[in-house]
Design a protein around this ligand. Structure first.
Ligand code: TA6
Length: 296
């Protein structure tokens, strides 16, 4: 499994023990599958969307799962990022895994991947560490941005580009009301205030919400996902809709109907940390037990 660049814990039973499973590519440290037990049964349900046309061989960023966006969100705008591709280098670099899986008294298992970018990629002195912790009903992912310079500050953006498997037409998002957002579906960088108590992605949506509550709830008939963020003060809501979706070469036919991206990030502006400082952006994902299920 490691040879194929696909990383399943060597102590796979550790994950099985969790009653959940996880698959991570060392390429991009991209989580490409997270299965959690369906409420009230032992059936495992895939929580993430991954396009059947996604490249999983390291040839291009994965279309789905949880790609990591760093050090820039969207097209680069700062001179030191000018050579980088859209969304930076983290999602299309091969990360290292020390082979360790850390068990936390049988209720959670963690793995830690690291990336020290090549000098050809950036003049920044930075190390990234990505700590993934899986328990039966929760997935936690923390991105540590470590400024290893002794004298230079580090300026960056960071985001977890989570593709939530959800019926787009029937999904609702709580937690965005009254936030200012940049509407990227229209030219001119216009900002608006979200008036909806419950948002949706019925239409083409590409909104960068600023300084959110760090807690969001996505719900749909018989399912949902709670998203809690730390460090990531902003959050992006994206669904390309049919027209844009059909123009994405590695998007499966009709894929846009089966996901929405709710992406905790620090992306409305740039973050700058001091020499030697470590900054952490993280998210905790918890499936919502279907409303009809008796919760005892
Ligand atoms: O997070 C939303 C977004 O920035 C959209 O504008 C769209 O470009 C999406 O990311 C996917 O980007 P990608 O480079 O993965 O095709």
């Amino acid at each position: 499994l490691l040879e194929a660049g696909r990383l399943l814990s060597l102590e796979e039973e550790a994950f099985q023990q969790m009653g959940a499973t996880l698959e991570v590519l060392k390429y991009g440290a991209t989580i490409i599958s997270w299965k959690a037990p369906k409420s009230g049964s032992n059936d495992l349900v895939e929580q993430l969307f991954i396009s059947s046309k996604a490249a999983l061989d390291g040839s291009k960023p994965v279309r789905g799962g949880i790609p990591i966006v760093f050090p820039c969100f969207g097209a680069p705008t700062r001179p030191e990022h000018s050579k980088l591709p859209q969304h930076g280098y983290a999602r299309n670099s091969t990360w290292q895994w020390d082979g360790q899986t850390l068990m936390d008294n049988d209720v959670a298992v963690s793995i830690r991947l690291t990336l020290t970018p090549e000098p050809s990629m950036t003049s920044d002195r930075v190390v990234l560490a990505y700590v993934i912790t899986l328990s039966e009903h929760q997935l936690n992912t923390d991105l540590h941005v470590i400024n290893t310079s002794s004298d230079q500050p580090l300026t960056f953006q960071a985001l977890l580009h989570t593709y939530i498997r959800a019926p787009k037409a029937a999904a609702h998002i709580d937690g965005l009301q009254n936030l200012t957002f940049l509407d990227k579906t229209i030219a001119g960088n216009q900002k608006f205030r979200e008036s909806r108590a419950v948002a949706d992605v019925h239409q083409f949506t590409d909104y960068v919400y600023e300084d959110g509550p760090r807690e969001y709830t996505v719900t749909w008939p018989d399912g949902g996902l709670k998203v809690k963020a730390i460090g990531f003060k902003d959050v992006v809501l994206w669904n390309p809709g049919p027209q844009k979706g059909s123009e994405i070469s590695d998007m499966e036919e009709g894929g846009w109907e089966r996901f929405l991206c709710l992406e905790p990030g620090y992306v409305a502006d740039f973050n700058t940390i001091r020499p030697g400082e470590t900054w952490i952006g993280g998210q905790t994902l918890t499936p919502i037990r279907s409303p009809g299920t008796l919760s005892v």
